[in-house]
Ligand binder design. Structure first.
Ligand code: ZN
Length: 423
């Protein structure tokens, strides 16, 4: 099965002083454009009017202004869908990435072993030079420029730790992902506020399981929430927005680490398919009670599924979704389903006394539903391995990662603590 996959390649621009000044001007203009969009939206202009106004006033080339407009609209869209905390007005930002179309706002050219760039920092103001980056990223970029199977997309000039970077989106148009019907190992993923429960189940039994914990995400979100509330009361809104940005970055970074681990773990099994609970089904059904509601409203849920799917696809692993009904309440031993089977992290069946770690058990049931859905044999689920847990830790300094780090493909693999619980 072929799938189109996009990744971001990161390069350093290493501009001289004069070029740096230009790039900085371009980023400040990008910020002005985006802030103007937010302001006009707040004043009640409709989006077509806003587009015309900012196009007329912008010192960026037309298609760059267009890309900035699209991006701001995405933010506004999320705000109106009520996934965000407040109306975006990010005056606190020093500069904003210049977002450009390939062969319009920026261009790339292979020259010997190097790739030369040209960026329009502003209308008629170009910055040129050679891209610096890891050999892998440079190779991939050259492939993307030359091969018909790849497409070079938008790029952003980003200022990170006082260095100018070019983040280039490239798309592999025909990446191979295995057909989920050929899968033999079903990896159930149970996502929670503070951990994911994983189980690998084949037609002959439960192969292995793992719980990956990320207690910091939950803790941080609660802390930020409290601080934010307090600040809202005293009206310190720009600091509040800054915190919001920091929280997002932290959660984002942790979820990337977690999803990398999920995919690494899945990869060791024969013909894996990663099975999630179907979010849509959950939203349709309001009878799930507080646990499900809490999970739905806790940010990691959808994002983690998305990150895992994305990374899985790059590794050729398919994903599937199953009905989430009662995965937390059903007993894998006798089938008895009751809310009182679950007490926090512990599952104990009120009918047969069978016990397990509740999130690992949910993972097992999700795997089993994956098998069921494909009319496979579902093995006995009452003989489970010891629960292993791993913890995802905070990185030393999240903000200044090495420039070559690809946010999607080369996530740091810090080994977490390994412990085991017996139930
Ligand atoms: Zn039972």
């Amino acid at each position: 099965m072929q799938k189109s996959l996009t990744t971001t390649l990161v390069f350093q621009l290493k501009p001289n002083e004069e070029e740096e000044r230009l790039l900085n001007k371009g980023q400040l203009e990008a910020r002005r454009v985006v802030n103007e969009i937010y302001r006009l939206d707040k004043e009640g202009y409709d989006w077509n009017e806003i587009e015309q106004i900012v196009q007329t006033r912008s010192s960026h080339v037309k298609n760059t202004t267009q890309r900035l407009f699209d991006k701001a609209l995405d933010d506004l869209g999320r705000y109106y869908d009520e996934d965000e905390y407040g109306h975006p007005r990010q005056e606190y930002q020093e500069e904003y990435p210049i977002r450009m179309n390939y062969q319009e706002g920026y261009n790339l050219e292979i020259s010997g072993d190097d790739v030369e760039y040209r960026v329009s920092a502003l209308k008629y103001k170009h910055v040129r030079g050679t891209l610096h980056g890891s050999p892998q990223h440079l190779e991939r970029l050259k492939t993307a420029i030359q091969s018909d199977d790849w497409r070079v997309g938008t790029a952003e000039v980003v200022n990170k730790c006082d260095k100018y970077e070019l983040h280039v989106n490239v798309t592999h148009k025909t990446a191979e992902v295995a057909d989920k019907r050929d899968s033999t190992t079903f990896i159930g993923v149970d996502v929670n506020e503070d951990c994911v429960g994983l189980a690998a189940v084949t037609e002959s039994g439960v192969e292995d399981s793992l719980v990956i914990e990320y207690p910091e995400v939950k803790k941080q979100r609660h802390e930020f929430f409290t601080i934010r509330k307090r600040m809202q009361e005293v009206g310190q809104s720009s600091l509040e927005r800054e915190l919001q940005g920091r929280e997002k970055q932290f959660v984002h970074d942790q979820l990337h680490q977690v999803s990398r681990r999920v995919v690494d773990w899945a990869e060791q099994f024969e013909n894996p398919v990663i099975v999630f609970e179907d979010l849509k089904d959950m939203r349709d059904d309001i009878e799930y009670g507080t646990r499900m509601n809490r999970r739905l409203h806790s940010l990691p849920f959808a994002q983690l599924q998305e990150f895992v799917s994305y990374k899985a696809s790059w590794n050729g692993i398919p994903t599937d979704k199953v009905n989430p009904e009662y995965t937390s309440q059903e007993c894998p031993n006798c089938g008895h389903t009751s809310q009182s089977n679950r007490r926090g992290k512990r599952f104990k069946c009120v009918a047969c006394d069978w016990q397990d770690h509740s999130d690992r058990k949910a993972g097992v049931l999700i795997s089993a539903r994956g098998l069921e859905e494909q009319d496979r044999n579902v093995p006995a689920l009452n003989n489970l391995p010891v629960v292993r847990t791993r913890k995802v830790r905070r990185r030393g300094n999240g903000e200044c990662e090495p420039p070559d780090r690809n946010p999607f493909l080369t996530i740091g693999r810090n080994q977490g603590q390994i412990g085991s619980f017996r139930y």
